[in-house]
Design a protein around this ligand. Structure first.
Ligand SMILES: Cc1cc2nc3c(=O)[nH]c(=O)nc-3n(C[C@H](O)[C@H](O)[C@H](O)COP(=O)(O)O)c2cc1C
Length: 205
């Protein structure tokens, strides 16, 4: 049985544009994998705390030397990482807030980037340790950012690649707040992309 993990971050929950695009994709994907388990992590409804000095120190402390409070902090991070490792397919729904991913996504990234657990450095450079997972990222934004002026997608690619998520499909719907025409154009293009990613199978009579 396959597991799909959806990680969403819109302030508007399932009504958010990014969530709606991800949900559209998931509906089609589910039609092909009716037995699949869908796990949802909503970073807006249940934000991960900021990475404080105390939290980071807990990550650095050897397991046998951790206090119970430090162990509880590490357990939270471990369970986020376990959730990623247990997924076969990962779907991110990420709006642009103030020119990059929402701060809830940053805090989440801070908790899943763990040296020796999700990445390591070798003589050849960094190696991501969460491998072999197809990852879909749905990005929504009000304005339009051409390549070179986009501060969000390159960051997402760099971070996910760093922990090993390199098999990426990134679907960007932009210009969503620039009038009805711009919005309709962006959504139509995103819907077409989704249809191309998960064609609906025709059922033989
Ligand atoms: C707090 C906040 C900050 C935003 N900052 C930006 C921004 O920097 N650039 C932009 O193009 N749109 C910005 N927007 C518009 C959103 O990216 C746009 O409405 C997007 O569709 C929101 O996705 P969502 O519905 O999934 O939350 C912002 C919206 C909010 C609520």
């Amino acid at each position: 049985m396959k597991t799909l993990l959806k990680i969403q971050a819109s302030l508007f929950g399932d009504q958010g544009q990014s969530s709606q695009l991800a949900n559209r994709f998931i509906e089609r994907w589910r039609a092909q994998h009716p037995q699949a388990r869908i796990v949802v992590r909503d970073l807006s409804a249940n934000p991960v705390p900021h990475l404080t000095a105390e939290r980071f120190q807990a990550f650095l402390t050897k397991p046998e030397e951790r206090t119970p409070a430090q162990q509880a902090i590490v357990n939270e991070s471990d369970s986020l990482i376990r959730e990623l490792k247990e997924a076969d397919v990962i779907v991110f729904a990420i709006p642009m807030y103030n020119f990059n991913v929402p701060s809830t996504v940053r805090a989440y990234f801070d908790h899943i980037a763990r040296a020796g657990v999700t990445f390591r450095y070798t003589e050849q450079g960094a190696e991501g340790l969460i491998k072999g997972k197809k990852t879909y990222v749905f990005v929504s934004r009000g304005g339009i950012y051409p390549e070179g002026a986009d501060t969000e997608v390159p960051y997402i690619k760099q971070f996910l690649g760093f922990i090993g998520l390199t098999d990426l499909e990134i679907i960007v719907a932009q210009g969503l707040d620039m009038g009805a025409e711009s919005r309709a154009r962006a959504l139509t293009a995103a819907h077409e992309r989704i249809a191309g990613l998960v064609p609906l199978r025709t059922v033989a009579a």
